[in-house]
Design a protein around this ligand. Structure first.
Ligand code: FAD
Length: 317
């Protein structure tokens, strides 16, 4: 079932969902199941599975360093299919511009369609570590909006390089990313919102936000988006702080602000166990307020570990 249909069916009740990361290649999928199992009692209607951008690796060949591109966490669509089958839950593979040609994207969508996957999250992806700015893959898309257009064309029966429209191609519900504190490359929140509107006009059905730690930022973002004519559901993304290093890492990587009260509470923790507890309590307070405001879904970034998400969900669902 489509994410938007789950929201409609819930009739105003806030739903619970979360995002997981595929294991590093070579590791057992059981680790993933062990983290999903404790969350299933909260009835997530859908689970997102991220896609990792490829990375450069250096291989020493006869004393010469050779640069290769590899994906450290492959398997997104396969994991989506296995979770869907094992738990009877809808899954949302993240589909990236970066690292994929348009043809590869088409094949991936064909796989999703055959597997009964009805939702996809369309994303650009970040620049690779060694790039200053995002470089589109040769034959791929430069922006998420272009990817949305490709998925929407397929929804209308139009495959790449085909002159006839076809019937059997999928009818994907399309999610896109939104940034309550603007995307790090955007010159202003207003211009970033215009880009979000372009994605919605191109066919996106719902938005999931980047993490934020001050609900006011989300409420203002939703109001500004509505003002701009963006009328699709905007799902808040919540990440509980888990280690002290997040205080530096999260603002640096995502260009988001952390409230001073949260910084002080984390700073005063003696152990990472205490930090994890502060993160849980902060996320519970955030979630309660968002739920009271009637958000359609509370979507949690699990980063592969579910104990803290479970502690939060127990208070909310
Ligand atoms: P876009 O919407 O393309 O926007 C990127 C930037 O370009 C923005 O600054 C925007 O304002 C600007 N822009 C857009 N269109 C134009 C245009 N026509 N001309 C000029 N500028 C333009 N990353 C992963 O690698 N894997 C994942 O699984 C993943 N999942 C995510 C899930 C969520 C909910 C979120 C919020 C992010 C996720 N990301 C993931 C990170 C995401 O890929 C990065 O934030 C990326 O830098 C931007 O992706 P986007 O889809 O928002 O890009």
């Amino acid at each position: 079932m489509k994410v938007t249909d789950h929201i409609t069916k819930a009739n105003g009740k806030t739903l619970f969902s979360f995002e997981i990361i595929p294991p590093v290649k070579g590791r057992n999928i059981q680790e993933l199941y062990d983290n999903i199992d404790p969350l299933m009692e909260f009835n997530p209607p859908f689970i997102d599975v991220t896609t990792s951008r490829e990375e450069y690796v250096y291989i020493d060949r006869d004393g010469l360093l050779d640069k290769k591109v590899t994906r450290m966490r492959p398997g997104t669509v396969g994991i989506c299919a296995s979770i869907k089958h094992k738990y009877d839950v809808d899954t949302v593979p993240h589909v990236l511009c970066g690292g994929f040609t348009r043809e590869e994207t088409e094949y991936l969508l064909v796989d999703c369609h055959y597997l009964g996957i009805e939702n996809v999250m369309a994303l650009r992806g970040d620049a690779m570590k060694e790039e200053k700015y995002f470089q589109p893959t040769k034959g791929g898309h430069p922006y998420a909006c272009d990817l949305v257009k490709q998925i929407e064309a397929l929804n209308c029966g139009r495959y790449l390089h085909e002159t006839v429209e076809r019937d059997n191609c999928g009818d994907f519900c399309i999610g896109v990313a939104g940034y309550p504190e603007k995307h790090l490359e955007a010159p202003s929140l207003q211009s970033d919102l215009k880009r979000l509107k372009e994605k919605v006009d191109a066919g996106a059905d719902y938005v999931v936000t980047q993490m934020f730690f001050d609900n006011q930022k989300y409420f203002e973002f939703v109001a500004a988006a509505k003002n701009m004519g963006i009328d699709v559901p905007i799902i808040p993304g919540i990440k509980p702080i888990a280690v002290k290093r997040h205080l530096q890492l999260l603002p640096q990587v995502f260009r988001i602000d952390l409230p001073q009260d949260l910084i002080d509470a984390v700073d005063s923790c003696a152990t990472n166990r205490d930090v994890r507890q502060v993160g849980i309590e902060w996320a519970i307070q955030q979630s309660k307020e968002l739920k009271a405001a009637g958000v359609p879904v509370l979507h949690y970034y699990s980063m592969g570990k579910s104990d803290n998400i479970r502690a939060i969900a127990k208070e909310l669902f």
